[in-house]
Write a protein that binds this ligand. Structure first.
Ligand SMILES: Nc1ncnc2c1ncn2[C@@H]1O[C@H](COP(=O)(O)OP(=O)(O)OP(=O)(O)O)[C@@H](O)[C@H]1O
Length: 247
C-alpha cells in the first residue's frame, strides 16, 4: 500500500543529560501497517512513543503523525490512541464510567460511546465486570480497559506498548485479532513488545532499535530471510544478531 505515510520522522533525537535515548530516528510508516517496534531494554522505544504521542518534545529532528506535527499535542490527540505500559485509568471509577469519561473527552456522544464500547467489552470478556470499580481489577482486566480506551474513538494511529502483557492466552489472541482488524480497516498500529511471536504473527513491518538507532527494518519474513543461518531462523535470531553486533 502506498500513500501519505501516517507516521513520518526525520532524524528524531532525544537527549537526556547523560544519555542519547533516541538518536536520529527516521521512519516512514504507511496507513494500515502493523509496525512491530522492537529493541532491548533501554533501547529507546518508550521514549520514541512518547515523542510520537507528543508527551515529550524531541531535542532535535521532526515528525508528523496523521499529518500533524508531533509537537502539536492539542491537535494530535484527536488522531491517536495510546496504550502505555500502565494505562491511564481512574481506579475509583468502573470500567464503563472510565470509558464514558474518555469518550466524552474525545468528543463522542453517549449513544456513540455505548455503541463502541459494548461490543469491545463483550469481545474482551469484560462485560460482566464493566460496572465494578477498576481498583478491584486484575492486571489483565486493566490492560483490556486501557486497550478499549485507546481504540474506542477510532483513531487513525494507535500506539500500543506491550498490549498482551498480563493477558491469558484467550484474551491475548483476541487482542491480536483486534489489532489485525484495525490494520485491515486502515488504522496504523505502532506495536512495541518484547513478545517476538506476537510480532511474527501480526506485524507487517518490523523496526529494531538498538541504543537509540534503527538497526534493522523490513517485513518480518524478509528480515528472517536475510539471516544466513539456515531455514529455521526466526525473528528472535534476527533480533539477537542485530542487537549484539551493531556498533
Ligand atoms: N526521563 C529520563 N531521564 C533520563 N534518562 C531517561 C529518561 N527516560 C529514559 N531515559 C533513558 O533513555 C534510554 C531509553 O529508555 P526507554 O525507556 O525509551 O527504553 P525502552 O526501549 O522503552 O526500554 P524497555 O524495553 O526497558 O521499556 C535509557 O537509557 C533510559 O535510562
Amino acid at each position: 500500500m502506498t500513500g501519505t505515510p501516517t507516521i513520518v520522522t526525520n532524524e528524531l533525537t532525544k537527549e537526556y543529560l547523560e544519555t542519547t535515548a533516541v538518536d536520529g530516528l527516521s521512519l516512514e510508516i504507511e496507513p494500515g501497517t502493523v509496525y512491530g517496534f522492537l529493541g532491548p531494554n533501554g533501547a529507546g522505544k518508550t521514549t520514541t512513543i512518547k515523542m510520537l504521542t507528543a508527551l515529550i518534545r524531541p531535542t532535535s529532528g521532526s515528525g508528523r503523525v496523521a499529518e500533524v506535527p508531533i509537537t502539536d499535542r492539542e491537535r494530535l490527540v484527536e488522531h491517536i490512541g495510546y496504550l502505555p505500559e500502565s494505562p491511564p485509568i481512574h481506579e475509583e471509577l468502573t470500567a464503563r464510567e472510565q470509558l464514558e469519561y474518555h469518550g466524552g473527552l474525545r468528543g463522542l456522544g453517549s449513544t456513540e460511546i455505548d455503541e463502541r464500547i459494548e461490543p469491545l467489552l463483550e469481545r474482551l470478556d469484560l462485560a460482566a465486570d464493566a460496572d465494578d470499580r477498576i481498583v478491584t481489577y486484575s492486571k489483565g482486566m486493566r490492560q483490556k480497559t486501557g486497550l478499549i480506551q485507546a481504540i474506542m474513538h477510532e483513531p487513525e494511529v494507535v500506539f500500543l506498548d506491550e498490549p498482551t502483557s498480563g493477558l491469558d492466552p484467550r484474551a491475548a489472541r483476541t487482542v491480536r485479532e483486534v489489532i489485525t482488524e484495525l490494520a485491515d480497516s486502515g488504522t496504523t498500529v505502532f506495536l512495541s513488545t518484547h513478545i517476538l511471536p506476537v510480532v511474527e504473527r501480526i506485524a507487517t513491518e518490523v523496526g529494531i532499535l538498538y541504543e537509540g538507532e534503527l538497526v534493522e527494518e523490513g517485513a518480518p519474513e524478509a528480515l528472517v530471510e536475510r539471516m544466513e543461518t539456515g531455514d529455521d531462523s526466526t525473528l528472535e535470531d534476527v533480533f539477537l544478531d542485530v542487537t549484539t553486533t551493531a556498533e
